[in-house]
Design a protein around this ligand. Sequence first.
Ligand code: ADP
Ligand code: ADP
Length: 236
Amino acid sequence: MLEIKGLSKHFAATKAVDDVTVSIPDGQMVGIIGRSGAGKSTLLRMLNRLADPTAGQINFKGRDVAAIKGRELLKWRSECAMIFQQFNLVGRLDVITNVLTGRMYHHGFASSMLKFYSPAERAFAIHALDRLTMSHTATQRADTLSGGQQQRVAIARALVQEPKILLADEPIASLDPMNAKVVMDALRTINQEDQITVVCNLHTLDTARRYCDRVIGMAAGKVVFDGNADDLTMDV
Ligand code: ADP
Ligand code: ADP
């Protein structure tokens, strides 16, 4: 269970996230929807501490991850993988190297160099790429791939972290409908097969309704809806 309690993030006068309290059971796939500026991205970024909360708690398995520092914070980030709208691969590196950077925490961040990884670990990375039907691109430079392919590589990189939670910040906003479907199908498959909790910012209710167990609607930093997608009739 991920328990978010009274979580806020203020930027000067802007209450980007304003006193949000939400509990997410293990293995749930949650879609967060809301207009641009509603606070979705800030909420997600606080969960893995890319943004520091102004106030509140994030409890996960007996830890308040809103308050941890140093090595504990690095460990948390390894348990809580994230993918982004713009994929955030290293374009000049090949695909397998990008995926292996997901193993960095497991190596104490000593190196992201390819030679550092054992054959078993490389096999694990290829296996992750295989699950996304991307292993044939292993030796290609990441910047030669299409957007949909890059997002699938980013998901493989997240998978080799062996995360408990996968955060996805507008993962399909830059993709055409066909690639969007491939990426959402992959997230749902991972959620169900690996029992990884998925929290996904989405800009359309339709996608949330199709893929998520639960939809959280945000407006002006607050939760304005939390429930089954089919019950969501309000315009958020
Ligand atoms: P969403 O993801 O729903 O579009 P965001 O979380 O990106 O919303 O933004 C919520 C609010 O916080 C917006 O008003 C935005 O302008 C503001 N905001 C986000 N990040 C910053 C920042 N680094 N500095 C100042 N204001 C910010
Ligand atoms: P070690 O690093 O302890 O010598 P290996 O080289 O066998 O172990 O594997 C490195 C890491 O890769 C392990 O910590 C393991 O978590 C991961 N790994 C390798 N293969 C798999 C797999 N098939 N499934 C899950 N994890 C794997």
